[in-house]
Design a protein around this ligand. Structure first.
Ligand code: ATP
Length: 322
């Protein structure tokens, strides 16, 4: 293998640039030339490829977003689109791929490998931390810290006015960001899609006569089955009409910003080991960190198996957040 390519696909996450840098620089150290594919699979189809020499990834480690841009490509879901993508890679002499993204991006890489045999390794790039085969995904730590900063700010004003705040964090199908930011932010209740009946519990806890605080912070994952933050707050007002309940939706601020040290280090390790894996003949696998050791997981498992929230942290949160 002499030439590989790297792409970022699906939702972006802070630390993707650090991962691209690691792929390029580790590749250089192992005698490989690395190319960048712009806008994920869409750029592969449109032949938007360019060589990435070592110096091209200088001064990017500190930035969120992705210098390669990201996209969702409907065309790559079609056999014709993937055929065009393969032709472009073949002409450019690309013999291996590193795909940085979430489970959708892994699915695209898996299908592509099965059809055309170009080896590929996935790097978990998503703020949601919902990928099986790694304890943490690139961008999760930054997103949690961004949410935490916002929670602390809301806490100040909640305290001044004795208000109850429902803060909505990202997580369409997963409560990792909600659990971690809620626990770190000292919230009084956390709503996650993986657990049920949180509403009943917080209603009981809020009604506890021994409460010392006159304000409350609740964290709601956007995909919670009991509703989004506005809906949960509406239900809460029905039970406690005198409470001054407000909602803050954090949204896309969680996807941007300077990656934390943890995310930069994780991205650097995973990017380098993705290249190492390719050179060792690995393919159709995602690289991850499990118990602080590098592990490779078949795409089929990384896509198909569900990663639950950390049960011990969940239990702890139910004790400490009351
Ligand atoms: P995130 O969950 O953080 O948004 P993701 O990688 O899961 O990231 P998706 O939009 O689901 O994001 O997938 C990214 C791209 O992967 C899609 O736009 C599509 O081009 C490709 N892809 C996803 N599923 C398939 C599939 N079944 N076949 C071919 N390509 C696919």
């Amino acid at each position: 293998m002499k030439r590989i390519a790297v792409l970022t696909s699906g939702g972006d996450s802070p630390g993707m640039n650090a991962c691209i840098r690691a792929v390029v620089r580790a590749g250089c150290s192992m005698g490989l030339e690395t190319w960048g594919i712009m806008r994920g699979y869409q750029g592969m189809i449109e032949n938007d490829l360019k060589p990435l020499p070592a110096e091209s990834v200088g001064n990017i480690i500190q930035y969120g977003g992705t210098i390669l841009k990201s996209a969702r490509s409907a065309a790559f879901r079609t056999p014709e689109g993937r055929k065009q993508a393969y032709e472009n890679l073949r002409k450019a002499g690309i013999e291996g791929l590193v795909c940085i993204g979430g489970d959708g991006s892994y699915t695209g890489a898996k299908v592509f490998f099965e059809e055309y045999g170009i080896p590929s390794i996935g790097c978990p790039g998503t703020i949601d931390n919902d990928l099986y085969g790694t304890d943490y995904t690139i961008g999760f730590d930054t997103a949690v810290n961004t949410a935490l900063d916002a929670i602390d700010r809301v806490r100040d004003t909640a305290d001044s006015h004795n208000r109850v705040f429902f803060i909505e964090v990202m997580g369409r199908d997963s409560g990792h960001i909600a659990l971690h930011s809620g626990l770190a932010g000292g919230s009084e209740g956390i709503f996650v899609p993986e657990r049920h009946n949180e509403f009943q519990q917080i209603v009981e806890a809020y009604g506890n006569k021994n409460r010392q605080k006159a304000f409350s912070i609740f964290i709601v994952a956007e995909g919670d089955e009991e509703g989004k933050a506005y809906e949960v707050a509406d239900e809460f007002r029905k039970v406690y009409p005198d409470a001054d309940a407000r909602v803050t939706v954090l949204g896309h601020v969680q996807r941007g910003g300077k990656p934390t040290a943890n995310d930069r280090i994780l991205a650097s390790r995973l990017g380098a080991h993705a290249v190492k894996g390719l050179l060792e003949g690995r393919s159709n696998e995602a690289v991850g960190v499990v118990n602080n050791a590098i592990e490779y997981t078949p795409f089929a498992d990384a896509i198909g198996k569900h990663k639950d929230i950390n049960e011990k942290l969940w239990e702890l949160s139910t004790i400490l957040t009351r």
